[in-house]
Design a binder for this molecule. Sequence first.
Ligand code: DGP
Length: 113
Amino acid sequence: MATIFDKIIAREIPADIVFEDENVLAFRDIHPQAPVHVLFIPKRAVPTLNDLGEGDEAVVGRLAVAAAAYAKREGFADDGYRVVMNCNRDGGQTVFHIHLHLLAGRPMAWPPG
Ligand code: DGP
């Protein structure tokens, strides 16, 4: 089922896009939870982490590699950052197209809420 993120990929709705390559799109979260809050999504729609299987390792791997490259490029990699992927109800997932949250620009608390 198509989600709002498919519409962002197709440029049917606007987003503040900060990175794009053949497989990955990254854009600023509409409800930022930190001074830096960017979502890294695969262009291939996968609803949840539960829908990944053998052979899909690169789908998530590319998101992590793109997020780390972005952190280095933007100069906060050494200070640090957090990446989060929410899955289903208890994980707090609201958009069913897998995405990696990159949060930075302030110290993060642990445990998360
Ligand atoms: P999650 O709860 O992990 O499914 O996170 C979904 C995130 O997506 C949430 O932090 C808000 C963000 N979001 C939802 N709709 C839009 C949108 O239309 N544009 C942008 N930029 N972000 C969105």
